[in-house]
Design a protein around this ligand. Sequence first.
Ligand SMILES: [Zn+2]
Length: 222
Amino acid sequence: MIPDAETSSGADLSATEIDAMCATAHWCYARGWVPATSGNFSVRLDCGIWITPTGLDKGALTPNDLLEIDLDGRAIGGHGKPSAETGLHTVIYRARSEAGAILHVHSVWNTLFSSRSDPRGYLPLEGYELLKGLSGVTTHDHLEKVPIIENSQNYDILAIDLDDVLKTYPQAHGVLLSRHGLYTWGQSVAEARRHLEALEFLFEVEGRRLMSREPVVPDILE
Ligand SMILES: [Zn+2]
């Protein structure tokens, strides 16, 4: 059962987080970051994990659409069917004990950058003031490494690869799936949303910077 805002002060907070997640889904949809029912969102509350089910228009998401899952990704309440990527959320919740919300979007810029072939295995973001939008970063003089993992329709393999990069990059604020999208998280929906907005801004700035040097984006991303 979705927490009731009127039952206790703790439940007030839970209901607020669920409302904030729905508002964030609408905000992402308005920006074109979750086209064609793509993307997924979740919050971890004291009473459980609530996640968007598969095949839902994120622009019309309401609290009643959400699905409750356990840390193994099994549906235990709510509505709908778990998406194929539900297991990736539980990997992040296990690896990042502080995470209270996870946002996954398919924007044009994160899809372009995630397809970048880089022997380092990560996208470097460095020297930008907006890096300070990422928790714990206090100066533009910071190198944010956004790990990139190969996309797959085998979600067991994806879960293993995601777990590996979360351990290899303990300071990372997000992970890119190649030609797929971005996962980011935060202690709250507000923090996750700030990370998402900062990272998407930085992807676009870096992309436009590269475009100003070369006329065709795909060439410089090879
Ligand atoms: Zn996805």
